[in-house]
Design a binder for this molecule. Structure first.
Ligand SMILES: Cc1cc2nc3c(=O)[nH]c(=O)nc-3n(C[C@H](O)[C@H](O)[C@H](O)COP(=O)(O)OP(=O)(O)OC[C@H]3O[C@@H](n4cnc5c(N)ncnc54)[C@H](O)[C@@H]3O)c2cc1C
Length: 349
């Protein structure tokens, strides 16, 4: 079992910055995210789009913002449980216990829910026998691309994820076939051009417009049937990876007894972004209060307030004084020290 001060559910920009604010106050964090990489919406939905409203950055790519946040929190050595969804909540002896869908258990006095739109679940194809083949040839995300070495893979979808993984796997798998129900792809033009070039070099196959019709196999996936116009063709394959995007869900947090309003977790914004359950905070896109702005900078601000409140729960009776980092410097848990610099004050004589 993992023991920490604050379990942060969600490794989007808000969750990542929480690690920094908690670290300044000497509190350790463990991040849990259903996705296999940190960054939330910025990394998953729009890594290559520029953002123009991050203070002090006139322009920054969403993916670069996440890289910078990861660099900023490195001294505070957070724990990571990625590719797992925080599912169950219990409490005993003054501590919360979070259990993920893969049975990882994390205990802490405080929970910070920075879950954005809720946990993302893959949008699945509507097709018979799908669950028979899930994790048995059919999968919705790629954790380790090396797994596909020497295998035949069909990727289904027309967005950035489908295009990006087709490009990556064309260098690794024995054969990659990209199928899509339309002739046009939705992904970046650059990726579409790359895919076309790879096809011209016989590095992959593209079949469009193709509709997934049937999964075949005895104990595991062996082939799929797709409809092209009025014809059904059979494609032998070891894997089918439908990449149709992600659907946000709030069910987990509802089941924890948290008050929900406007499909978000209701918090006390006049004080500290605590939910109706003491010790459980909700920050960033996941929370609701009158006047809420779903912006990255709101999440950063809420993380700072929340950590100062959580300090009192984690260190009862201890006084917490707000210190500027220019004065306190940074003392990382990994031994990093950033000393405050003495500034030259020019006084008038
Ligand atoms: C296309 C697009 C453009 C945008 N442009 C801007 C912009 O220009 N400026 C701006 O300020 N904002 C912009 N936004 C909004 C911004 O991305 C969000 O405000 C921000 O991502 C919220 O951060 P967050 O950390 O609160 O949540 P998210 O980024 O949504 O991260 C939440 C994370 O929590 C995880 N999670 C949820 N539930 C669970 C669970 N039960 N267990 C484990 N993990 C869980 C999710 O998998 C996710 O990774 C844009 C959004 C989109 C989609």
């Amino acid at each position: 079992m993992i023991d920490t001060d604050i379990v942060v559910i969600g490794a989007g920009p808000t969750g990542l910055f929480t690690v920094f604010e908690a670290g300044l106050l000497g509190m350790r964090c463990h991040l849990v995210d259903s996705l296999t990489k940190p960054g939330g919406q910025c990394a998953e939905i729009y890594p290559n789009k520029p953002i123009y409203d991050i203070p002090a950055y006139p322009e920054i790519m969403a993916g670069e913002l996440i890289d910078k946040l990861l660099e900023q929190i490195k001294p505070f050595s957070p724990g990571y449980t990625l590719g797992e969804t925080a599912e169950k909540l219990s409490k005993s002896e003054g501590k919360f216990l979070i259990t993920t869908d893969k049975n990882t258990q994390i205990s802490a006095k405080v929970i910070a829910i920075a879950g954005g739109l809720g946990n993302f679940e893959p949008r699945k194809p509507v097709i018979d026998d799908l669950n028979k083949f899930e994790d048995n040839g059919v999968q919705y995300s790629i954790v380790d691309p090396k797994k596909f070495q020497g295998k035949n893979v069909v990727i289904s979808g027309g967005g950035d994820s489908a295009l990006d993984w087709t490009i990556v796997l064309s260098e690794i798998a024995n054969k990659v076939t990209l199928i899509h129900r339309r002739n046009q792809f939705r992904g970046a033009v650059d990726s579409v051009n790359k895919i076309q070039k790879l096809k011209d070099k016989n590095k992959l196959d593209i079949i469009t417009p193709a509709i997934l019709k049937k999964l075949n196999g005895k104990n595991k996936l062996e082939s799929i049937d797709v409809a092209i116009d009025n014809e059904i063709i059979n494609i032998p394959t070891d894997y089918l990876i439908p990449l149709y995007g992600l659907v946000p869900k709030m069910d987990v947090f509802k089941s924890w007894g948290l008050e929900i309003e406007k499909n978000a977790i209701k918090v006390n914004n006049s004080l500290d972004y605590q939910t109706n359950k003491e010790g459980i905070y909700a920050i960033g896109d996941i929370n609701y209060y009158p006047g809420k702005l779903k912006l990255i900078l709101s999440g950063f601000h809420e993380a700072a307030i929340m950590c100062h409140s959580a300090y009192q729960i984690i260190n009862p009776g201890k006084k917490n004084i707000l210190k500027y980092t220019t004065v306190s410097g940074i003392s990382g848990f990994d031994g990093t020290k950033k000393e405050p610099k003495k500034t030259q004050i020019n006084s008038f004589k």
